[in-house]
Ligand binder design. Structure first.
Ligand code: HEM
Ligand SMILES: [Cu+2]
Length: 557
């Protein structure tokens, strides 16, 4: 960490913070403190992330050679399916909402906890139970349907552990709904005096919009999986065309959830970045109101574009045209956001600390992913690249380059608040740059491979594609290293990192007005809010909230 931050070092407060308030296993596993639950989730999703990562490492090794040298085709199918299922439902969906959302939502609105603390803990137990089902499916022999569980293969033909895996996803859906309900109620009911809707930090808006999607879309996923199970286990004729069923029905139901769900993965990331950019550019966010409306628009329109996943499935040309048009429309609010982040940087006093590096990485990679999405929204291009590596590159740019980068941005930004410790800043910067480089090395070649015709989900391929696959696999090795580094230096910081001040970045926002780490009930006094968020220009910005010795770290730089 920089000297300036070290200079802001302070002794820990005398009364126990939420981390030292009870240290038995029970005090953790039966906690209703949103901050501790956030930590439980953080540990859980980290484990899932590395499980999903291990599976895909084998896939990338296999793809070094055109002819398949490591895995059978069966094992290959199971590994990429496991990777997708774990990464989407057990890592990406819960990642930012259940960790940072849980930790920060009450702090940011000046509340002592979420609205339903026990429900919050219950969601975590559901996530664990769900994970157990799905991991059991892997250990017991695997699933080969891909993360999408397309029928009729999943419901009639696959003889792998579809039931256990789908049951796990079904259950984790309930965790997601419960979390969404909790966050919506919290935002409505527990805002501190003066915290009006248009004074909410954009991260809170992002979590709110995400929660709406969780509550409205997830039941549809639950129903579609229930129908798969009904046909598979009880033989009900739902998707089997020979018995009057409709195999395409599943795709409609599935994507009616899963397209909005990509915004469950992306909106929170946008929220994180919207906190970090103003802080490190020392500027008020450009166009706050537009940022809010854009997020709500994304959450709304996200429900009307699912058919762009089905251009080649035989849906009517009219339907495809409408879905194509709407898919272009939804690019507009995303573009507004990118524009506003950029405008917020304009004439800012930018400092490139590690959270900012990760956040800028998000903007670049998310934009690339979004632009490639426009190609896919265009019917003729989509028909050319459907089920090729172009699609794999596209969604990894959005979900990994985007959401995972933002996750790391938030992790570094709020780490001092969460743990009360500082981390080695030069390592963090190095990891951020390595991650950006490794990411592009891995996924940029996939756009070319896909455009030239390499299909996804094949473990052998014509030799002409080898060059792209070797580049991609080499990049994946770099990326894997970049993901492991923070595990190392952040763990180190837990034990040896310097003590963090209350507000090491000189940020606005209520979460920075309480101690690091916060006390169990978050604030000593009920906070009051009397100004707009991101007030980085206001005179004595931190004066009302921070004792003088805890002022802006930047002043001492
Ligand atoms: C080192 C990083 C990663 C590499 C090298 C990688 C590579 C791959 C590859 C080769 C596939 C198979 C594509 C196919 O044949 O359909 C795949 C699929 C997928 N990946 Fe990743 N991935 C990485 C990280 C991630 C992360 C972090 C996530 C989410 C957080 C993710 C989500 C997915 C999903 C959802 C699929 C689709 C699986 C399916 O088609 O069933 N990946 N990835
Ligand atoms: Cu979509």
């Amino acid at each position: 960490m920089t000297d300036a931050l070290l200079a802001g070092e302070l002794p820990l407060p005398q009364r126990p913070d939420y981390l030292r308030h009870g240290s038995t296993i029970r005090s953790w596993l039966a906690t209703t403190d949103h901050k501790r639950i956030a930590i439980l989730y953080a540990v859980t999703i980290t484990i899932f992330f590395f499980m999903g990562g291990a599976a895909i490492t084998a896939v990338r090794l296999e793809l070094f050679q055109p002819n398949g040298w490591l895995l059978t085709s069966d094992t290959y199918n199971k590994l990429f399916s496991f990777h997708g299922i774990i990464m989407v439902w057990f890592f990406l969906v819960p990642s930012i909402p259940n960790t940072f959302g849980n930790f920060l939502l009450p702090l940011m609105i000046g509340a002592p906890d979420v609205a339903f603390p026990r429900l919050n803990l219950f969601s975590w137990y559901l996530t664990i139970a769900a994970g157990a089902f799905t991991v059991y499916a892997l250990v017991a022999g695997g699933v080969d349907t891909g993360w999408t569980f397309y029928t009729p293969y999943s419901s009639m033909f696959s003889n792998t552990h579809v039931f256990a895996a789908a049951a796990g996803v079904f259950v984790v859906g309930f965790a997601s709904i419960a979390t969404g309900v909790n966050f919506i109620a919290t935002t409505h009911m527990l805002r501190a005096p003066g915290m009006t809707w248009f004074r909410l930090p954009l991260f809170v808006w992002a979590i709110y919009a995400t929660s709406l999607i969780m509550v409205l879309a997830t039941p549809v996923l639950a129903i579609s999986l229930l129908l798969v199970i009904a046909e598979r286990v009880f033989g009900l004729p739902i998707f089997d065309p020979a018995r009057g069923g409709d195999p395409i029905l599943f795709q409609h139901l599935f994507w009616f959830y899963s397209h909005p769900a990509v915004y469950i993965m992306v909106l929170p990331a946008m929220g994180v970045v919207s906190e970090i950019i103003p802080c490190f550019a020392r500027r008020r966010i450009f166009g706050y109101d537009f940022m809010v409306y854009a997020m709500l628009a994304i959450a709304g329109i996200g429900f009307f574009v699912w058919g762009h996943h089905m251009f080649v499935s035989g849906q009517s040309p009219l339907a495809s045209l409408v879905f194509s048009f709407l898919s272009f429309i939804i690019a507009v609010p995303s573009a507004i956001k990118v524009f506003n982040w950029t405008a917020s940087l304009y004439r800012g006093q930018i400092s490139f600390d590690s959270p900012m590096l990760y956040a800028l990485g998000f903007v670049g990679l998310f934009t690339t992913g979004g632009l490639s999405g426009l190609f896919l929204a265009s019917i003729p291009v989509d028909i050319h690249v459907t089920d090729t590596y172009f699609v794999v590159a596209h969604f990894h740019y959005i979900m990994v380059g985007g959401s995972v980068s933002a996750f790391f941005a938030g992790l570094h930004f709020w780490w001092p608040k969460v743990t009360g410790r500082l981390y080695p800043e030069s390592w963090a910067k190095f990891a951020a740059i390595l991650m950006y480089a490794g990411f592009n090395m891995t996924f940029l070649p996939q756009f070319f491979a896909g455009y030239l015709g390499m299909p996804r989900r094949y473990h052998t391929y014509p030799a002409e594609f080898q060059i792209y696959n070797v580049m991609s696999s080499a990049g994946a090795a770099v990326l894997a290293l970049a993901y492991l580094l923070p595990l190392g230096y952040l763990t180190w910081s837990l034990f040896y990192g310097g003590k963090a001040a209350r507000n090491p970045w000189g940020a606005t926002g209520l979460e920075w007005t309480t101690s690091s780490p916060p006390p169990p009930k978050n604030f000593d006094r009920q906070p009051r809010v009397d100004r707009a968020p991101y007030d980085y220009h206001a005179e004595g910005m931190s004066a009302g909230t921070d004792p003088p010795e805890m002022q802006n770290a930047r002043e001492t730089r």
